[in-house]
Design a protein around this ligand. Structure first.
Ligand SMILES: Nc1nc2c(ncn2[C@@H]2O[C@H](COP(=O)(O)OP(=O)(O)OP(=O)(O)O)[C@@H](O)[C@H]2O)c(=O)[nH]1
Ligand SMILES: [Mg+2]
Length: 424
């Protein structure tokens, strides 16, 4: 196996920052976890107290000299910066330090690229990478010409070559987007073919490493990859869950969120995130054993807002209760409805199933339908999925008053545009 590069992590701590809930230290610790996930060997971390990043080098020039000494002393070959660097900062740092420099976004993209298994996930990652790479192209070219043997800082390609390259990247991005669209419409088609009324679906969402995949495995006795690494899951996996009431619904495991989630990933993972947007409810999983649980909840809520999924009803599932401290209950009180579980120890699952059923029960609605005799399929569906309160077969029409789950009702109406009125 190749020996991992000696890596230096660096962050800036703004002493005037308003929020102390998520400090530069918390952030760099998370960066270290990301680095570990990418199999890097972190040998040093540096936090500089500074109000704003240095325009040219991100860190101050004095700090830069200290870093040079560290690099020489510890044989460091890679530096990771805990914020997104501008392309010119990235270039200036590499030139000055003479080692490879990447930023948090670059590292996350790298982890996504390693973990992408399906064709769709691979395309989505490539799209995000090209989006990230495009403005940094000059830098890339300097590297290439360096490899060409000219030594550090030799000429880059001519402007013309760069333009050609940028155009090629844009063309490739457009082609990937087209392919992703195709995959998406194919998936919709399959779903519609499979069922007359799509089943009720819940998406399992939350911060990375919260235990989403473990929860899906426990609830549905399946075997999705779950491990102590960040972003283990990139592809949405859907499994059927049978409730104690014998109703079946679908649960989808999704990609995790993180602080400073790169915007390139949010936009290129649109198809994957759509599984969340289209869900009827969300199970928001939280690592209750993590000291920053509340910050993670808020960060995940922000991402849900960003992808416009914040209106979907959610159940807060406080997981890893086998390792959680006392304070978690006070935090949980702020987020309702909530349940406490351990997906690993299989505790609290009854409460979770109850919460899902309560939530379904609470969203019942009573509707009156006036159908004609060509719409017997709707009559059958109402019998199958609802509770019939009244039914009259008249000459021209069939009158049905039924109690239905709101979600099912919506789906029946959408599919069959049956004339109906809400019952008084
Ligand atoms: N102690 C404890 N550990 C748990 C529990 N549930 C999950 N874990 C562990 O937490 C780690 C992450 O679990 P995953 O299920 O992969 O988490 P995830 O949310 O799917 O993570 P990503 O897909 O990487 O975003 C694994 O090492 C699990 O074994 C739990 O209830 N208790
Ligand atoms: Mg997972």
């Amino acid at each position: 196996m190749k020996t991992p590069p000696n890596t230096l992590l660096i962050a800036i701590s703004n002493p005037r920052a308003k929020t102390q809930c998520w400090s530069a230290l918390d952030s760099i610790n998370e960066l270290a976890q990301l680095a570990k996930t990418a199999d890097l060997r972190v040998v040093q971390t540096v936090i500089q107290t500074k109000e704003t990043p240095h325009l040219k080098y991100y860190v101050g020039e004095g700090k830069l000299e200290e870093i040079k000494e560290l690099i020489a002393g510890e044989k460091i070959t890679l530096m990771i910066v805990d914020d997104e660097l501008s392309p010119s900062q990235n270039k200036a740092l590499e030139k000055e330090l003479n080692i490879k420099v990447i930023d948090r976004t670059g590292l996350i993209l790298d982890i996504f690229a390693r973990n992408a298994k399906t064709f769709e996930a691979k395309l989505q990652v490539e799209l995000a990478q090209l989006d990230y790479l495009s403005p940094r192209l000059t830098r890339l070219w300097t590297h290439l010409s360096r490899l060409g043997g000219g030594g550090v800082g030799t000429r880059g390609p001519g402007e013309k070559q760069l333009e050609v390259d940028k155009r090629q990247i844009r063309a490739r991005m457009a082609a990937i987007k087209k392919k992703l669209e195709k995959i998406k419409s194919h998936r919709h088609l399959l779903r519609e073919k499979r069922e007359d009324i799509p089943a009720i679906t819940g998406a399992i969402v939350g911060y990375t490493n919260a235990g989403k995949s473990t929860l899906l495995n426990t609830l549905t006795a399946s075997n999705v990859l779950a491990e102590n690494k960040l972003f283990a899951t990139l592809d949405p996996t859907t499994k059927a869950l049978e409730l104690p009431s014998k109703e079946t619904l679908l649960l989808t495991d999704t990609v995790g969120f993180i602080q400073k989630l790169p915007h390139q990933l949010v936009s290129s993972f649109h198809a994957t995130l759509e599984e969340i947007i289209e869900a009827d409810f969300l199970l928001h999983v939280i690592d209750a054993s993590h000291p920053k649980a509340q910050v993670f909840i808020e960060s995940a809520l922000n991402t849900l807002k960003e992808i416009k999924a914040d209106e979907i009803p959610q159940i807060f599932v406080f997981n890893k209760m086998d390792q959680a401290g006392q304070t978690i209950e006070a935090i949980a009180a702020k987020f309702t409805p909530h349940v406490f579980v351990s997906a690993q120890e299989k505790t609290g699952l009854d409460d979770l199933l109850k919460a899902i059923m309560n939530f379904r029960e609470a969203s019942q609605t009573i509707l009156e339908f006036h159908l004609d005799y060509t719409q017997m399929n709707v009559v059958n569906l109402l019998h199958e999925h609802g509770q019939i309160l009244e039914e009259k077969f008249e000459n021209e029409t069939i009158y049905i008053k039924a109690k239905l789950n709101k979600i099912t009702a919506q789906k029946i109406l959408y599919h069959f545009s049956a004339p109906h009125t809400p019952a008084k």
